[in-house]
Each structure stands twice: as structure tokens, then as C-alpha cells.
Design a protein around this ligand. Structure first.
Ligand code: PDD
Length: 285
């Protein structure tokens, strides 16, 4: 089978799944989403992602149309039917289809889409890639903890990074505080301590970020969820990004300047090793 979609309970080929043009996700970006990786035919950290999807829905007053347990069953069936070994599950919930009006529509049912995207090749520890970054002002709203489908600032910033020959943009607030990347959380080792922005409305509470924090704590590595600034980036010994899509990815260059030490550095290397052990333990590889 190819890539399959489940749209409000109906399964079809992904390209055959259709949403009405009055859907509020299309007209207003009035929706939330989540992305889960499939390794070896098994979703990784599915419940954590579903719980985040539930929190995103709650934050914008959309009722998730099914229980987390029911969604887990749907996902399991979709993966099985599509025979996907390595890929992504994309989930999106919008406020539904209704005549265009900014007010919440009365009586509209949420649109709930889940689809599988087969990568066609396995992601493994060996697929580790260096990420080159540029720095850009964070132009997003003040509720980045909600995984909203409104991704325009992220899209525009990532495109700027691409045009500058980089793979990610490190975003900073007007006071110079580094928040996160356009689609990743950012970690840095500064004066021997691992730092990352604390959970707050300024960042997405990444599932991979949490895994990285767990590994660091288990390994007794000094870590502080304390924001760092754009100036601090000139004195880092290591920087890496975390995300479902790119796992743990060492950063080798920022704004054209090479990180001084060897990349990946010792902390990032340990994280990468331990991360893949967790994937193996949960999904088998
Ligand atoms: N992006 N920060 C932002 C802004 C993100 O969009 C993402 C994920 C992350 C990392 O979160 P996690 O570890 O839970 O994937 C951080 C997803 C993958 C995307 O938009 O495709």
C-alpha cells in the first residue's frame, strides 16, 4: 500500500483525502498538529505526541474528536495497512468547515486528519547529519507552546536559512534571548554546562528535547534549563538541535562561523548514542 490517510474516520490513499475549501485550517490556520516518527514499523513516543496534541487542542478550545486510546488504535491500523517501516505520522485537527467568519462557528465538527508518509528508507544513527545555522529574529507569536498550523514565520525563516546555504535558523527575541529553531529545539554547551530555553510560551515543548534532557540527567551531565543569548553563541563548545524529524543533530556552523571544537562534541555524541538506544528499545531496529 502507498501512503494512507484517515480523514474523520474514512481511510483512503493520501492523495484522495479531500478537505472542503471552507475548512478553517485552510482559511485561518485555525488548527493544531503533531508529527510522529515511525521506526521499524513502530511509532516512537506516540503517547507523548498524542498528549501534546490534546494539550494543543485544549489551548485553542477545539475538542479532540476521539480519545487518545482510540487514536492510538487508528494509528496502529494505518501503519499496518500502509505497511510503512520508516516514515512519519502527520496529525492535524482544525475547527472544521464553516462559512468564513472569525467567530468560532456554531455546530461545526472538527476536521481530524491523520496520514502516513513513508520515507522509503530507514533513519538510523548512521544518517547523522551536521546542521549549519543562521540566526534570525524570532517573529512568532507569544504562544509557541501550542503546536499551531500557523507556521508562516517558521516557513519564512527556514527559507531564509536555505537561501543562505544553512539548514536551520536559530531564533532570538528582541532582548537577544535564543528561543529555538524554526522546527527544532536548540541546546548549547556554555562553560561546561548544557543549556536550553526553559519550557515557556516562547518555545514548543519538544518531545525530543525532553528525551535529551532525560538522557543528560541519567548520565549526570550538568544541564540547566536556562535561556542563553545570541552573544553566548560566540563562546559555545557544542550546539545541537533536537526534533522528531532530524533527531539529535549537531550544529557545525553558525552565521558562517565554524564551531571551534570537533563536531559532534562529546556531549552530543553521547546523546546521539543514547537516543538511538531508546529508539531501538522502543521500536526495535
Ligand atoms: N517540528 N520547535 C518547533 C518550532 C518545532 O516545530 C518542532 C517540531 C520542535 C521539536 O519538537 P519535537 O521534538 O517534539 O519534534 C521544536 C515538527 C517535527 C514539524 O513541524 O514538522
Amino acid at each position: 500500500m502507498g501512503n494512507l490517510a484517515w480523514l474523520n474516520g474514512k481511510i483512503s490513499e493520501l492523495d484522495d483525502a479531500k478537505v472542503g475549501v471552507q475548512d478553517r485550517g485552510f482559511l485561518f490556520g485555525d488548527g493544531v498538529y503533531d508529527v510522529i516518527k515511525i521506526y521499524n514499523g513502530n511509532p516512537f513516543r506516540l503517547i507523548s505526541h498524542l498528549e501534546r496534541l490534546q494539550r494543543s487542542c485544549n489551548a485553542i478550545s477545539i475538542e479532540l474528536p476521539h480519545s487518545i486510546g482510540d487514536v492510538e488504535v487508528v494509528v496502529g491500523n494505518l501503519i499496518k495497512e500502509s505497511a510503512c517501516r520508516d516514515g512519519f505520522i502527520y496529525m492535524q485537527v482544525t475547527r472544521g468547515c464553516a462559512p468564513r467568519d472569525h467567530f468560532f462557528p456554531i455546530g461545526a465538527e472538527p476536521t481530524f486528519l491523520i496520514y502516513i508518509l513513508d520515507l522509503g528508507f530507514p533513519s538510523t544513527k548512521n544518517s547523522l547529519k551536521m546542521t549549519e545555522c543562521i540566526t534570525l529574529p524570532d517573529e512568532r507569536w507569544m504562544n509557541c507552546h501550542i503546536k499551531s498550523t500557523n507556521l508562516l514565520p517558521n516557513v519564512l525563516s527556514l527559507q531564509k536559512a536555505k537561501e543562505a546555504g544553512a539548514g536551520e535558523a536559530i531564533l532570538y527575541r528582541p532582548d537577544g534571548t535564543v528561543t529555538e529553531g524554526t522546527r527544532t529545539n536548540i541546546f548549547a554547551v556554555i562553560d561546561g554546562i548544557v543549556r536550553t530555553h526553559p519550557e515557556s510560551p516562547l518555545i514548543l515543548p519538544g518531545i525530543t528535547r525532553n528525551i535529551a534532557l532525560d538522557i543528560l540527567k541519567e548520565a549526570n551531565i550538568a544541564v540547566s534549563e536556562e535561556a542563553f543569548s545570541i552573544e553566548d553563541l560566540s563562546s559555545v563548545s557544542e550546539v545541537w538541535t533536537t526534533s522528531t524529524g532530524l533527531e539529535i543533530s549537531p550544529v557545525n556552523k553558525i552565521d558562517g562561523r565554524l564551531i571551534d571544537a570537533a563536531v559532534p562534541g562529546p556531549v552530543c555524541s553521547l546523546l546521539v548514542d543514547q537516543f538511538w538506544q531508546k529508539v531501538e528499545a522502543e521500536c526495535g531496529v
